[in-house]
Design a binder for this molecule. Sequence first.
Ligand code: ZN
Length: 138
Amino acid sequence: MKLTFELDHIGVAVESLEKGKPFWETLGLGPMTTERVDSEKVLTGFFELGNDARIELLEPTHPDSPIAKYLSKRGPGIHHICLKVNDIRAVMKALKAQGVQLINEEPKLGAHDCEVAFIHPKSTGGILLELSQPRGAK
Ligand code: ZN
């Protein structure tokens, strides 16, 4: 099977969804849909774009959250880019075999009932890259 990649969303770190969402609403996007993702200790807010991609706002729900750490270091801004793949395990295996540094050894459950895994910015030219595969889809 050929592995496929599509832009799924761009993750934006925000201090709170309330502070982060007005700009996107100014564009006319929305309504924002929210979902709590306990595996990442974040509250997410999604805005749908016209091409099936989304903007994901990320608010930390705990001081331990990776987003809380990001905000304290760099302030609000682009946190990661997410590509939707058709076989996350096969992609992870292929990357690993080529020496790419993965943050997660195994996919974990993300927003929208997707399996997700992150690739280290050291291996991508400075971008935290998320891979995502809808569960059940293949
Ligand atoms: Zn994401």
